[in-house]
Design a protein around this ligand. Structure first.
Ligand code: HEM
Length: 493
């Protein structure tokens, strides 16, 4: 027995020495002079476990120790984390200086090589220009809003006296509404085949197989997400994403559906008025003409970028409104006033969106309080100096914007859901407002997303009241989601 104890102690000491040596070795490996302060954790895994287990607290603790610009090794990459508002702005504004999007190759493989996050410089300008033309205020007013209105009105039409999972519904809503704007006539017929493949594709871009034995985090995952952890393009993405067979298969099927759609349209010369028609048209001589591959990747970009942001913001708005009846009443007042001036069959139009000031405030407050977007990723194309520190070529930069959302100087009583704080327009135009990103990659779909969520809320709250059942759990980090769904009982108002 005594011998066994001695062996056990020796093994323990050996293990401890190996661990210390590994940690030391990893620190030395990244100890080049001039790097930002911080720790790199274990070889390969870095500090991923701590980051995922402690969530935002990991970031806050590191900031307390090392300042607002520190190094770490998370999600498979040496990373410089910036929580410094000034520096964040600089990084977002200076893509031309070698601070390009840092989304991993495997994600770009899934979303396509012409995907907007995959291209830089003049190609990015062209792709972005083509996209902006598609979702400009004029397009929203003339083309998109009528489709959004028709879709939302029908989508919520039969919810009376039902128990629904609002998480699932808002996901379907975000996808189907975009699909209708892209290919209006065909959207109903292709949706059944397209939607499950699209959901697989999204899951593939969000899956991170992390196999770190013995952590609570892993045990938690086993219960909730067998062998996979999910991230959002708009929140955090890992370089070790799994580009699985199923995901690539889903991309292939989506490509086939879209290629057939394009060929069919070329074949029958019918005229259409939707995003696909605009992308395919050769009329406007000044416009950059996209190849078929670019058109397809542009469509996947639109579907993908607006999907999780719009669906999660809508779900969380429903949640916060449920929890704050007086705010719901205020919002209802705004929408009832708009409805009262219309016949029941009249759509929501561009001119109705402007007066929806409180709705806009509810959307911003929801995005802020829930932090739908934790930050964005960049990587360095060459070694560079930032805030007096050296960031080597190829390092990822995590522009972590989450903490700004809870800054009491910008948002007094930051944990309160208080849409009124946004009624003063200046808050939206502040340089700290990074809910939709900033600089050259600032979200081009901001107004479209707001129009979609506003129209959804219009039909939902003017028709229904609802109550939550089950008090279901909500996860806030690294993604906002209800692991078991968010079930509500809906009845006519
Ligand atoms: C509430 C809704 C939305 C939020 C909170 C949001 C947020 C963001 C953020 C933070 C970025 C910056 C990403 C980066 O810098 O790497 C971004 C970029 C982007 N968003 Fe959105 N977004 C929303 C809705 C939409 C919608 C509806 C579309 C549909 C077209 C869209 C399309 C895009 C695209 C294409 C980019 C990349 C732009 C580029 O790289 O130039 N977004 N979004």
């Amino acid at each position: 027995m005594a011998l066994f104890m001695v062996v056990l102690v020796l093994l323990f000491i050996l293990a401890l020495s190996i661990c210390t040596a590994l940690l030391r070795w990893n620190e030395l490996k990244f100890s080049k002079k001039g790097l930002p302060p911080g720790t790199m954790g274990w070889p390969i895994f870095g500090e991923t476990t701590e980051f995922l287990k402690q969530g935002p607290n990991f970031m806050k603790n590191q900031r307390a120790r090392y300042g607002s610009f520190f190094k770490s090794h998370i999600l498979g990459c040496p990373t410089a984390v910036s929580m410094d508002p000034e520096l964040n702005r600089y990084i977002l504004m200076n893509e031309a200086k070698g601070l390009v999007p840092g989304y991993p190759q495997s994600m770009l493989d899934i979303l396509g090589k012409c995907n907007i996050a995959a291209v830089h410089g003049s190609t990015h300008k062209q792709m972005r220009g083509a996209l902006l033309a598609l979702i400009s205020p004029t397009m929203i007013k003339q083309q998109l809003l009528p489709k959004i209105d028709e879709f939302m009105r029908n989508f919520v039409s039969d919810w009376d006296n039902k128990i629904i999972d609002i998480q699932e519904k808002t996901k379907q809503m975000a996808f189907l509404s975009s699909l209708k704007q892209i290919a209006t006539v065909e959207s109903t017929s292709i949706a059944q085949e397209f939607m499950p493949e699209f959901f697989k594709l999204v899951l593939g871009t969000l899956s991170l197989p992390i196999d770190l034995p013995g952590t609570n985090y892993r045990r938690g995952l086993k219960v909730k997400y067998p062998s996979a952890f999910r991230f959002s393009l708009h929140s955090i993405v890992s370089s070790r994403l799994s580009c699985s067979f199923i995901t690539l298969q889903a991309r292939k099927i989506i490509l086939t559906i879209l290629k057939q759609l394009i060929e069919k349209r070329r074949g029958n010369q019918e005229s259409h008025k939707d995003m696909l028609a605009y992308l395919m048209s050769k009329d406007d001589n000044n416009r950059y003409k996209l190849s078929d591959d670019e058109i397809i990747d542009q469509i996947i970009t639109i579907l993908y970028s607006g999907y999780e942001t719009v669906s999660t913001t809508s779900m969380m708005a429903v949640k916060y409104l449920h929890d704050h009846p007086s705010i719901l009443e205020e919002l209802r007042k705004e929408h009832m006033a708009i409805r009262e001036k219309k016949r029941p069959e009249d759509p929501i139009e561009w001119n109705d969106l402007k007066p929806m000031k409180f709705t806009r405030a509810v959307i911003f407050e929801t995005s802020r309080l829930a932090t739908i977007v934790n930050g964005v990723l960049r990587k360095t194309t060459e070694e560079m100096e930032l805030n007096g520190f050296v960031v080597p070529k190829g390092w990822r930069i995590y522009v972590y914007t989450r903490e700004i959302n809870y800054d009491p100087f910008i948002y007094p009583d930051p944990l309160a859901f208080n849409p009124w704080r946004w009624m003063d327009k200046s808050l939206e135009s502040q340089s700290n407002f990074l809910i939709f990103g900033g600089g050259t990659r600032q979200c081009p779909g901001k107004e479209l997303g707001i129009a979609e969520i506003s129209t959804f809320l219009h039909y939902f709250i003017t028709r229904y009241r609802w109550e939550e059942i089950g008090g279901e759990k909500l996860m806030k980090f690294p993604r906002v989601e209800a692991p078991n769904g968010l079930h509500i009982r809906v009845s006519f108002y």
